[in-house]
Every structure is written in C-alpha cells, then in structure tokens.
Design a protein around this ligand. Structure first.
Ligand code: PLP
Length: 397
C-alpha cells in the first residue's frame, strides 16, 4: 500500500511527541509531555461558547469582531496599526495560520532560516511548500543568538526567517538586542519574518514580549501568527490568526478558505469574550505559571536534573539530564514513563543542526508545566519515590 501514498506523505514521519503520548497514555502516565493545559478554561469564555451554540452560530462564519479586537490590541500592546478589514486573517489555530503563511510566501527552493532547537511543525510546513529549512543553532546554556553565525546562514535564496518567541522548547524570550540583529538582517537581506507568538502573554519576571513587527522597517515585512490556544487554555478550540501586510494577509485568507473554509463558528464568537478579558486575567495567568514553573524546577533539581536556564516565557522547561545518566534522552524518557509513570519529551526531537555532537543533542528533556497543581504534585510524589535529594537520580536502566 506504500505505493498508494504521495511522495509527500511518504516523507512525513509521525510526531515522536504524539507517539510518546500514546505510549504514556497506555501506561497511565502523568502527561508532562504535551503543551496543553489540563485545567479548566475560564468559565466566562466557556459560557460564551455554549451561548453561541445555543444561539445557533453553527454555520461557516467569519467574525469580523475578532479582527477589530486584535487590531486594537496590536495598537495598545505594540503601537502598531493594522487594518482589521484587510490585514488580519482568522485561521484554525496558529498551526493553520503558520501553514497558510508558508504556502503564501514560500516557493520551491526558497530557504527559510529557523532557530534551533525548534518547534517541530515548522520543518514539515516548509518542506510541504518545497522550501528548504536552514537551521541556526542557539547557543546553550542560555540559548543565545550568535549574530555572526546567523548572518552566515543567509544566501541569495533566503526568503524568510521564522521567529518563535517566547520559545518552545527552551522558554527563551528573545532579547531586544537579538531582535534588532534579526530585524536588521531581514531588512538588509530583504526577507520576511514569520513569527509564532502563541506564548505572547506567558512571560515571567522582567521579561516582556516584543513583536519584531514593532521594530523599525519590520511591519511591512512581518507576518505575525498567534492564537487563543495557550493564553486561554483552549488548544482544542482551534482559533488563531495571521496579521500581515494586506497582500500577504489576503493570500493567507484565500489559502485558509480553500483548506478549512472557516474556523469553528461558536468558538470564534467566544473569542470575542476571551479577547476582551481584563488586564487582571493576563496578570494572574503569568503569576500562576511562575508558581508552576518554580514548582517543577524544584522537582527536577531534586531529581538530579540541571536547570541552567530558567524559562523566561512559554510553559516548558528544557532541562539537562543528570550527569550520572549516561544513556540517551529517549532511553531516559522511556524509563521515566515505565518506572515513574511520568511522560516528558526527549529533547533530540527539537534539534536539527549538526553543529553539536550527537551526545549534546541527546542531553535534554522537555517538561510542560501547563498542568494543574494537583497533576504537578502527583508527579512530584511519583518522582520522590524514585529519587532522594541526597542520592539524586536513582532511575536505573
Ligand atoms: C510554539 C508553538 N506554536 C504553535 C503551537 C500550536 O498552536 P495552535 O494551537 O494555535 O495551533 C504550539 C503548541 O504546542 C507551540 O508550542
């Protein structure tokens, strides 16, 4: 039956994260692998969705109010003016917005610069469009951007760069200095910046999210993609958007209409309630995540992990394996699932560059802390049964 598959389908591999999640589910493991919250979404927005269904918003739909609100928010947050009628396209989550953006801008042979480690879906989308991902390694332990290395990755075929900040899997928020380096390169090399800002409201301490579109000369060459998913704990609602100059936004909208027609109507209606949440909502979101982040860091350190980089945003910790674990990250995670009943993601799935030795790439594990305190406490209990502060890790192979 292999022959019945298209050339493209034959090149696509199943996501290792999903494979592990299924394995974890079969083992009844606590899921600290996947980036979706296991606690309820805000009651008010759920009521808005229920009310939309009861009001029979059940057909294909474009809710212009979302674009109006996003335009207002872009002005307030980043000082940017976007025409809500022509420069914003509503899609099914950031995932579709990103895919449509790639299809709208990337032709076969175009190169797209991506920072490494990277969220896994970028590569597939770029490859589906016939583009070529070119990876630039961020330097551990703080995942800093080396401007020289970055500039060397550009060629006459470079069409775009992908910027995900706050960053999955590391929790890095790109600094203003780094954004300036990226913006300058985009302007100099006449490239577009495709951003993934799904964690825009999940930043910690003094770290703030700045959209690169707000830097000089960038609005006309930036396509912002984001969604409701992470900010409102509704990853299953599939409401996202792309914000871009008119001609690109129009191409994205056309592609979106041909692929999915419209985002789910009742959830578009509920998005109006979500996006009008008061500042207090966003403040408590950040504060709650700081508590969860610190709790999981303490748990991991107790287990023997090395957390050299405290996440500045997003809801992931990219922790370095205990020194006395001599095997791979994949082996570690399999053991963690089997022996502790906890699922996490081996870091190797996020690395693409060959700059590092294989050993380096297999020394990280990603833990998601977007879970209820009850889930995190249960995970800590399971871990404490395997490890002691004094002995560090005792998870044997
Ligand atoms: C960096 C990043 N971008 C996008 C997504 C998916 O966003 P959405 O649910 O809006 O498609 C995720 C989900 O884990 C993510 O981590």
């Amino acid at each position: 039956m292999e022959g019945k598959l298209s050339r493209l389908a034959r090149t696509l591999k199943p996501s290792p994260i999903q494979d592990l999640s299924h394995f974890a589910e079969r083992c009844g493991a606590i899921n600290l692998a996947e980036g979706f919250p296991d606690f309820p979404a805000p009651a008010k927005i759920k009521e808005a969705a229920i009310s939309a269904i009861n009001s029979d918003f059940n057909q294909y739909r474009h809710v212009q109010g979302i674009c109006d609100m996003l335009s207002k928010m872009m002005k307030q947050k980043h000082g940017l003016h976007f025409d809500p009628l022509t420069e914003i396209a509503i899609c099914c989550g950031q995932t579709e917005a990103f895919a449509a953006t790639i299809f709208a801008t990337i032709s076969p042979g175009d190169e797209v610069v991506v920072f490494d480690p990277a969220y896994e879906t970028y590569e597939t989308c770029i490859a589906m469009a016939g583009g070529v991902p070119v990876y630039v390694a961020l330097d551990p332990p703080h995942w800093t951007l080396d401007g020289g290395k970055f500039m060397k990755s550009f060629t006459p075929r470079t069409k775009a760069i992908v910027l995900n900040s706050p960053h999955n899997p590391t929790g890095k928020v790109f600094s203003m200095q780094e954004l300036e380096v990226i913006a300058e390169a985009c302007c100099r090399m006449d490239c577009v910046a495709i951003t993934d800002e799904v964690y825009e409201y999940i930043t910690f301490e003094m770290h703030k999210h700045t959209s690169i579109a707000s830097l000089s000369g960038m609005q006309e060459r930036t396509i912002i993609t984001s969604s409701l998913s992470k900010t409102f704990s509704v990853t299953g609602w599939r409401i996202g958007w792309a914000i871009a100059p008119c001609n690109i936004a129009s191409a994205i909208r056309n592609i979106h209409i041909k692929i999915t027609d419209s985002a789910p109507a009742p959830f578009q209606e509920a998005a109006l309630t979500a996006l009008s949440s008061p500042p207090l909502y966003f403040k408590s979101l950040r504060e709650d995540y700081v508590t969860r982040r610190d709790y999981v860091i303490d748990m991991l350190v107790m287990f023997g992990f090395q957390v050299h980089f405290k996440p500045q945003g997003s809801f992931f910790i990219f922790a370095e394996l205990p020194e006395n674990w001599l095997s791979s990250d994949v082996d570690f995670v399999e053991n963690l699932i089997k022996k502790a009943g906890i699922a996490a993601v081996p870091g190797c799935g996020f690395f693409h560059t060959s700059t590092y030795s294989q050993q380096y790439q297999s020394r990280y594990v990603r833990f998601a802390f977007c879970k209820s305190m009850a889930t995190l406490t249960a995970a800590a209990k399971r871990i404490s049964e395997l490890a002691s502060i004094k002995d560090g890790i005792i998870l044997s192979k």
